[in-house]
Design a protein around this ligand. Structure first.
Ligand code: ATP
Ligand code: MG
Ligand code: MG
Length: 348
């Protein structure tokens, strides 16, 4: 059998590993951390820094194809690996999604709607940005942000200075606050031959910048649902994408606004593990391995709830509930804001 290399050994890498293993693949996880959650379930683990050339070369030599669970892998490491093995999804998807500014320009270039945005690098450019995008607005770092980290709300002019200080000099974008009715996401997949399949859009609720729940079906009109799926397909094709992609959307009365894209399996797609014959993790493995995409049709209504920090204390209780599937990540310490697991409740 062949071996799939996975860059990043968090919970996404772990669940990718399990899915790969079910299809008979071996996995090799590469992560700079000490005891990556994916390490428990992968067939091989390398814990080395992303600038360790020998480790990168040995990793690449041991696998047939390389994928990743997070988008912020250093470019040099990717270059080195790509000299030996294919990386899927490809480099263009990573280049675009590593930088919020590049990503917004790309989406706009496709004719999609994004929040009004402006490049910010100092007090002067922030002042200029606030002229065209008046408060309320959100300042976000262009790179490395996740779970709402690296963001500051600017409710009024007076809060600009404080927000800028919070960015600690990092290149940023100012975004207008979108007055959305709800948030949804599309988990979409594209195969090696260019075929596209989308899971049913999920409706997302965030708390403090972190995803709390995803519910399917999302409350969308037929037109909105069609639009969501079509725009995801447009993004996939434009990137000549291979694998699973997450597209986060704001629903507004005047149409869908793209918040951001993630070139990987996505937290808001975890419901597919118990709502579809083929879930997002298997779909991703199928795509990058050049297999046919699987049947991702939804066969149940599902609510996915993240278990964050101390929520993990409820795991045993949840395990005893009917129509409830528990997914735990095997992480040791339950720090506040740390994703420890999730639960999929099947609604009948
Ligand atoms: P993720 O973990 O999803 O990568 P992130 O750190 O990249 O998160 P965003 O997705 O940019 O953060 O924002 C987190 C949440 O904050 C959004 O899901 C949404 O609820 C809210 N938010 C972000 N940008 C806007 C906006 N322009 N208008 C309104 N709400 C916003
Ligand atoms: Mg993000
Ligand atoms: Mg987001």
């Amino acid at each position: 059998g062949s071996t799939i290399g996975i860059l990043g050994g968090g919970q996404l890498g772990r669940m990718l590993s399990v899915a790969a293993s079910r299809l008979g693949f071996r996995t090799h996880v590469y992560d700079p951390g000490e005891q990556p959650p994916a390490g428990d379930v992968a067939h091989a683990v390398t814990t080395a820094a992303f600038d360790d050339h020998d480790a990168l070369d040995a990793f690449a030599a041991s696998v047939d194809v390389v994928t990743y669970e997070f988008e912020n892998i250093p470019t040099d490491a990717l270059d080195r690996i790509e000299a030996a093995r294919p990386i899927r999804p490809g480099r263009e998807a990573l280049r675009v999604s590593q930088d919020r500014l590049t990503e917004k320009e790309f989406l706009e270039g496709l004719g999609l709607t994004v929040a009004p945005f402006a490049n910010v690098h100092d007090a002067q450019s922030l002042e200029a940005a606030l002229e065209s995008i008046p408060a309320p607005a959100i300042l976000k770092t262009r790179r490395f942000g996740y779970d709402g980290k690296g963001q500051a709300r600017i409710g009024s002019w007076g809060e600009a200075e404080e927000a800028l200080a919070a960015m600690q000099g990092a290149p940023s974008v100012l975004e207008g606050v979108v007055d959305f009715q709800r948030e949804v996401s599309v988990i979409a997949a594209r195969g090696l031959g260019g075929e596209v399949a989308c899971f049913d859009p999920g409706e997302n609720v965030h708390e403090g910048g972190i995803l709390r729940t995803t519910s399917v079906p999302a409350r969308l009109t037929v037109a909105q649902r069609t639009d969501a799926v079509l725009l995801a397909g447009r993004i996939l094709n434009a990137l000549d994408y291979v694998g699973v992609l997450g597209v986060e959307l704001f629903v507004t009365p005047s149409g869908l606004v793209v918040n951001e894209i993630a070139p990987r399996v996505h937290n808001s797609g975890h419901w597919t593990q118990n709502g579809c014959a083929v879930d997002q993790f298997e779909q991703h493995i199928r795509a990058i391995a050049g297999w046919p995409l699987g049947d991702g049709q939804r066969h149940a209504d599902v609510v996915m709830e993240n278990l964050i920090g101390d929520d993990i204390a409820r795991a045993q209780e949840l395990a005893g509930e009917p129509d409830t599937a528990l997914h735990l990540y095997g992480k040791g310490e339950a720090r506040p804001g740390r994703k420890m697991g999730h639960v999929n409740r099947i609604l009948r």
